[in-house]
Write a protein that binds this ligand. Structure first.
Ligand SMILES: [Zn+2]
Length: 226
């Protein structure tokens, strides 16, 4: 019996001729049909979603056909949908399982002032989550622009309020709403703009418990001093 790969649409006979026996033997039988080994490898080489759980160094990739979760016999907590902007451009939108809540989403734009700010915001938030014993996921999703990646942060739904307070307070501390971070994108600036990251004064305005504000300030100061 000869069948076709659901991705490249070559028959197993042709796949063997082209790539050798292993390309079929290393393939997968999915609900939708057969996926050859080269296509499986390609699927995870530039996956729409890359997921980091807590402090894990090795992310789990989620491709169009398979994912590292699937390979490990687990159910992926995320899926995605391609959202086109026009015929050529668009981005992947992340969908999540019920037990999680999205508390942050933004685009990371390489070489823009906001990249540095987001890094500090990210580092402060993660440290605070660790200290508050919050379980979290960071989901990076691709866009059609190679310089732009979306970052979503999800936490366990039961701790949504505390997690949101941490992120909102950290946003104040890094001056997230400074227009410098939302301009100079469509029309690049001639030289990089100046900005300030440690705004302890602004933290007072955050809608958050005093204990959260103290935690963010403490972590933020420590981070910026190093
Ligand atoms: Zn294939």
């Amino acid at each position: 019996m000869t069948e076709k790969c659901i991705s490249c649409e070559l028959t197993t006979d042709d796949i063997i001729k082209e790539y050798g026996q292993n390309a079929v033997e290393g393939g997968y039988y999915l609900e939708k049909g057969f996926l050859c080994e080269p296509c499986a490898e390609y699927d995870l080489s530039e996956p729409p979603l890359t997921v980091y759980h807590n402090r894990e160094d090795i992310p789990k990739r989620i491709g169009h056909y398979i994912s590292d979760y699937w390979l490990e016999g687990e159910e992926a907590p995320f899926s995605f949908e391609w959202v086109p902007t026009d015929a050529w451009r668009g981005h992947y939108e992340t969908k999540h399982s019920d037990g999680l809540a999205r508390i942050f989403d933004d685009s990371i734009l390489s070489y823009h002032e906001s990249e540095q700010m987001l890094k500090v915001l990210h580092d402060i938030s993660l440290k605070a989550f660790d200290q508050a014993d919050i379980d979290y996921y960071r989901v990076f999703s691709r866009t059609s622009n190679v310089f732009c990646t979306n970052l979503d942060i999800y936490i366990e739904r039961a701790k949504e309020e505390l997690g949101s307070e941490i992120v909102e307070t950290a946003k104040k501390y890094v001056n997230y709403d400074d227009p410098v971070f939302s301009t100079g994108i469509l029309f690049p600036r001639e030289r990089p703009a100046e900005f300030e990251l440690g705004n302890a004064e602004a933290v007072k305005e955050a809608k958050a418990k005093e204990s959260v504000k103290r935690l963010v300030l403490e972590i933020g100061r420590e981070l910026l001093e190093h």
